[in-house]
Design a protein around this ligand. Structure first.
Ligand SMILES: Cc1cc2nc3c(=O)[nH]c(=O)nc-3n(C[C@H](O)[C@H](O)[C@H](O)COP(=O)(O)OP(=O)(O)OC[C@H]3O[C@@H](n4cnc5c(N)ncnc54)[C@H](O)[C@@H]3O)c2cc1C
Length: 209
């Protein structure tokens, strides 16, 4: 949202958790329901980068964990209602007159993750990072089922989050390089330093078909 009011506290990142934190997670992950209470992460990037909104305005996003689309929730109906509840909460918390001061409000629900980003069940973070689906246990960067297929991104080894995804890109490149005799193009001491010359790039493209 973009508005001309500020979150209390003045920090860029705020977390607000409900008192029954564990129960809330059970409701979301096991019961696949949208409970009345919620925990949230509020990010106000304008605190450190004023260029994220016009002068005198604040841009903020609120991230609230909800069940994925196996819940059967109708987000076309629930989305606006839920956003309203969040606005109430934020106004009570200290963002006075938030509604009046909001110029742009964009609500992104699991439906949007599913339809806009093609995310399975509208998941925001790919497969759940349980112990046996984390790091090495995540789908490997070199497909274990189809020769010549390579996987990259949040749903693969080592995992989600921008640093994990960048590492996954490096690892996937390492697999491709090893499989096609291009190890010398990989400098493990210099992360993200790969720069194929044009001839090698042609070879990689040809090798990958
Ligand atoms: C609300 C939110 C906040 C986050 N905050 C942080 C944070 O503070 N720090 C952090 O490190 N991480 C954060 N993350 C996680 C991080 O954003 C992701 O882990 C990361 O962006 C995943 O990168 P990716 O390249 O694997 O996938 P994505 O960035 O999701 O990119 C995949 C792309 O592929 C496209 N696509 C899908 N299917 C097809 C198809 N068939 N053909 C063509 N294109 C297709 C999608 O549209 C999408 O553009 C956050 C995630 C969310 C949802």
């Amino acid at each position: 949202m973009s508005c001309s009011t500020s979150a209390p506290g003045g920090s860029t990142r705020n977390s607000r958790t409900t008192e029954r934190y564990e129960g809330l997670l059970d409701d979301i992950f096991d019961e696949k329901m949208v409970p009345d209470d919620f925990s949230m992460y509020l990010h106000a990037p304008t605190r450190t980068d004023p260029g994220m909104a016009p002068p005198g305005c604040e841009s903020m996003y609120v991230l609230i964990p909800v069940a994925n689309n196996r819940s059967g929730v109708d987000w076309s109906e629930m989305g606006p209602r839920f956003a309203d509840k969040v606005m109430d909460y934020l106004e009570e918390w200290g963002l006075e007159d938030l509604r009046e001061m909001t110029d742009v409000l964009h609500v992104f629900t699991p439906d949007d993750f599913e339809t806009e980003l093609n995310a399975t069940w509208g998941n925001a973070f790919a497969i759940e990072p349980t112990l046996f689906q984390t790091a090495w246990f995540r789908p490997q960067n070199r497909s274990e089922d189809i020769e010549g297929l390579y996987l990259v991104g949040a749903g693969t080894h080592p995992g989600a989050g921008v640093p994990g995804v960048i590492l996954s890109a490096e690892t996937t490149y390492g697999c491709i390089a090893a499989d096609h005799g291009l190890e010398d193009q990989w400098d493990w001491d210099e992360p993200a330093s790969v720069a194929l010359d044009a001839e090698l790039e042609d070879r990689v493209v040809a090798a990958l078909g």
